[in-house]
Design a protein around this ligand. Structure first.
Ligand SMILES: NC(=O)CC[C@H](N)C(=O)O
Length: 387
C-alpha cells in the first residue's frame, strides 16, 4: 500500500488517493466525481459518520474511517453538525450498502454526491492508518471518475503543491457570516430537537463561531443559557454590545496560530474585561494563545470517540470525543495557566484554566456528536458559573 510510485491505473478502479511522492491507493469511487486536495487523517469512531463529515473542523481534510461499515445507516436531516459537509471526502473499507435504519432519509453515497463530496471505498483503511501513524498525516488528492481516467502525475503534483494545514486559516471561511440567536436544544428520540423558550433572565452566552458544531450550541441551551452566535471576525465592541454574561469560543478548522490576527486579540480583550470564557478545541487552543502559550502541529492528531482524558482535579477519567491535529504545547503554559486535563493516550494537554480569570477550556469535544457524553457537565459548569 502506498509503496511505490504508480503510473498505471488498475482495471476496475474508479477512485484513488494520490500522495505527493506519486504513490497511490486505488479503490471504488462513490459520491461526487472530481478531485479534492487536503490532509488525510484517520477517525476511529464506530458511529456518527454523518456528524463527522459535517463537523466544520474537518475543512481541508479527507477522513479515513477505521470502522469498516460506513454508510450502512444512511443519512438523515437531524444528525448534522452544520448545514453542509465540511470534510472534503472520505475513505472507507466496505462499499456503501443499502441503508438499514428507521431514521434513514437518503443513502450515504447519494448524500455525498449531492453535497459534492468524494468517497473512496474498498481500501484497507487500517493499513492506511498505520501509514499515517508512522509517517504523519500526509497531503493527498482524492479523486473519483467512473471511467477510471486518472492523470496520476498531475494528481501527485497537486498533492505536492498543496501548502498543508500548518499556517492555514480556515476558520474565517467556515464561520457563520451573520450573527443570530440560537434556538435548538438537544435531540431526543421521538421528539427531535428541543426548542429554547428562554426568557431574558437566563444567562446570556455570546458564542463566537470559528466553525462550530451545532451540538455545542444545543448543549449550551440545555444547560440553561440564552445563546447568541457571532461570526469569527466579531470585534471586541461587537461582542460587548451583546451584553454577554459569558463568552464561548468554538471549535473550528485549520491552524489556531493562523487566526491570530482577528481572534486572539479579541479574546485577550474579553479576558481583560473579566468576562467568563469557555472554549472547546480550536477555542481551547486560541484561549491558550491569548494567555501566552503556544500551539504545535501534532504528528497524526486525535480523532475518534474513545479517547481517555484524565481530569487532574480528582483523577477521574472521561472517555471523550476528539478531533484535533494541533495541540497546546504544555511546556509553554504561563504561570497563570493551570493544566486541568491530560490525554491518557499521549500525555498531551487536554484542558486549561486561568488562575486569575474565570476562563477554562478543553481540547476534546464535550458535546460528543458523535461520542460519549461523560463531559456534558462542562456546559453545566460554565452556565451555572454565569448566574
Ligand atoms: N475540532 C477543532 O476545533 C480542531 C482544532 C484545530 N483545527 C485542530 O486541528 O487542532
Amino acid at each position: 500500500m502506498a509503496a511505490a510510485k504508480t503510473l498505471i491505473v488498475p482495471k476496475g478502479a474508479t477512485g484513488v488517493l494520490v500522495f505527493a511522492d506519486g504513490s497511490a491507493v486505488f479503490g471504488r469511487g462513490f459520491g461526487a466525481t472530481g478531485e479534492a486536495v487536503g490532509e488525510l487523517c484517520f477517525n476511529t469512531a464506530m458511529t456518527g459518520y454523518q456528524e463527522v463529515m459535517t463537523d466544520p473542523s474537518y475543512a481541508g481534510q479527507i477522513v479515513n474511517f477505521t470502522f469498516p461499515h460506513i454508510g450502512n445507516v444512511g443519512t438523515n436531516l437531524d444528525d448534522v453538525e452544520a448545514d453542509l459537509p465540511h470534510a472534503l471526502g472520505c475513505v472507507v473499507r466496505q462499499d456503501v450498502t443499502e441503508p438499514s435504519n428507521f431514521r434513514n432519509v437518503e443513502p450515504f453515497d447519494q448524500w455525498m454526491k449531492e453535497q459534492g463530496r468524494i468517497g473512496l471505498a474498498g481500501v484497507d483503511t487500517r493499513a492506511l492508518t498505520r501509514l499515517i501513524r508512522v509517517k504523519g498525516a500526509p497531503n493527498v488528492v482524492i479523486a473519483h471518475d467512473p471511467e477510471g481516467r486518472f492523470d496520476l502525475e498531475a494528481l501527485a503534483a497537486k498533492a505536492a503543491s498543496w501548502p498543508g494545514l500548518e499556517g492555514m486559516d480556515l476558520a474565517i471561511e467556515v464561520s457563520a457570516k451573520e450573527s443570530r440567536l440560537w434556538k435548538d436544544g438537544v435531540w431526543k428520540l421521538g421528539f427531535g430537537y428541543g426548542r429554547d423558550e428562554a426568557g431574558e433572565e437566563r444567562p446570556h452566552v455570546v458564542a463566537i463561531d470559528y466553525g462550530a458544531k451545532n451540538n455545542i450550541f444545543r448543549n449550551l441551551v440545555k444547560a440553561g443559557a440564552r445563546v447568541t452566535v457571532l461570526p469569527a471576525t466579531a470585534t471586541y465592541e461587537q461582542v460587548m454590545e451583546q451584553k454577554p454574561d459569558g463568552v464561548f469560543l468554538s471549535n473550528g478548522p485549520g491552524d489556531p496560530a493562523a487566526t491570530g490576527e482577528y481572534a486572539v486579540p479579541v479574546i485577550r480583550q474579553v479576558l481583560d474585561a473579566d468576562k467568563p470564557v469557555f472554549g472547546i478545541c480550536l477555542g481551547h487552543q486560541m484561549l491558550a494563545l491569548a494567555a501566552g502559550a503556544r500551539t504545535i502541529k501534532m504528528h497524526q492528531g486525535h480523532r475518534g470517540a474513545n479517547h481517555p482524558v484524565k481530569r487532574l482535579e480528582d483523577g477521574l477519567v472521561e472517555i471523550t470525543s476528539m478531533n484535533h491535529g494541533f495541540a497546546v504545547d504544555s511546556d509553554t503554559l504561563p504561570a497563570n495557566v493551570k493544566p486541568t486535563h491530560v490525554s491518557l493516550f499521549d500525555g498531551s494537554n487536554c484542558g486549561i484554566e486561568l488562575t486569575d480569570k474565570k476562563a477554562f477550556s478543553v481540547q476534546y469535544h464535550p458535546e460528543a456528536s458523535p461520542g460519549p457524553q461523560d463531559s456534558f457537565y462542562l456546559f453545566q459548569r460554565f452556565v451555572e458559573g454565569l448566574k
